[in-house]
Design a protein around this ligand. Sequence first.
Ligand code: AMP
Length: 399
Amino acid sequence: MPFSGLGLSEPINKALAELGYEKPTPIQEQAIPIVLQGRDLIGSAQTGTGKTAAFGLPILQRIVPGKPFQCLILEPTRELAAQVEEALNFFAKNLGIQIGLIYGGVKYGGQMKMIESGAEIIVATPGRLLDHLGQGNFSLKDLDYLVLDEVDRMLDMGFLPDVKRIVQNYCSDDRQTLLFTATMPAAIKTLTGWVLKDPAVVEIGKNRSAAETVSHAFYPVVERQKYKLLLELLERTHYESVLIFTRTKFNADMITRRLERLDHKVAALHSDRSQSERTEALKGFKDGTYEVLVATDIAARGLDIAGVTHVINYDVPLHAEDYVHRIGRTGRASREGDAFTLLTEDEVKNAAAIEHFIGKKVERKKLEGFDYMYSALFNAQEKSAAAGPRSRLFGRSGR
Ligand code: AMP
């Protein structure tokens, strides 16, 4: 079905044509008519499936120009908030609707100006939004639309109490609510119970699967050789842009510093960096100034960075679903991508959990010619590795 069959207005269809959107993605096709009808919605869709337009287009269509603070969109990270604001501004280019951005780590001045001008839509992260609301800088008592995006990420990041406070204490009850989450743990189920009214549920694709266009592999290695193997992988890979994920900020900084010394064009992205550093890192990675971005899971969800050819997991993620999010940064929009994961003995259990989660085995690979200190016994040792604390996965090779 073309976009024109979804009941969207001419100015919106015009903007979509200019953006090169020819037909709706499955979540857009299913969600847009429901949101246009005014119904609450729980949406679950794989990352990169076009979720922003799925909620953004019908809301833009229903917004009354000139009525301030009609719509609030909550995002877990500043980067996602900025990305959603940018996308909405594209969609709204022919509508004369103002979209304001609120997040922490920057001065209040710009945000106060936006608030004074009475933006119809606010895209925000929870902490700074609560500051503004607590100071009475503006009110959400006439809110018509509330979007809670990436709610499972908000839960992981400890934002759920803030989200509850915002909804309970500040938002009008007379509103339409859309909630997006990839997983539905008990805490989120409880939230959906009182935040939403008789919601429709739209579930697209297998949340658990990685994009079909990503080929992925585990590279078993001992802890002491991890960095060396990373360098070797970078050396041998023809990448245009590579995103390296670490579990800790410390590792992200360590790798960034070392790669800088080797003259790689590299930047780091994690929550201890200042907002201007975070913005600069992401912008530089998007425009090609940096070929390598080293990030914690703050960058794993939803960030839309065109042309990431490779993802390297320096550490195996602790939560299996983060694996899908991380490697979803490559292979977006049906482009091919590669994802490598360095796997140490301590992480074998996490790797088994990932395979269980995605429902398939990930190939163990050995980098030919790499000077392994220990030989990795691939697939055959899998079972004992998953079962026993000291697996034989990394038996001594006699060196
Ligand atoms: P999202 O999941 O909203 O972050 O979208 C992922 C990417 O897909 C973004 O680059 C969008 O611009 C793009 N996209 C979303 N919907 C469509 C569509 N219907 N046609 C083409 N590209 C789209």
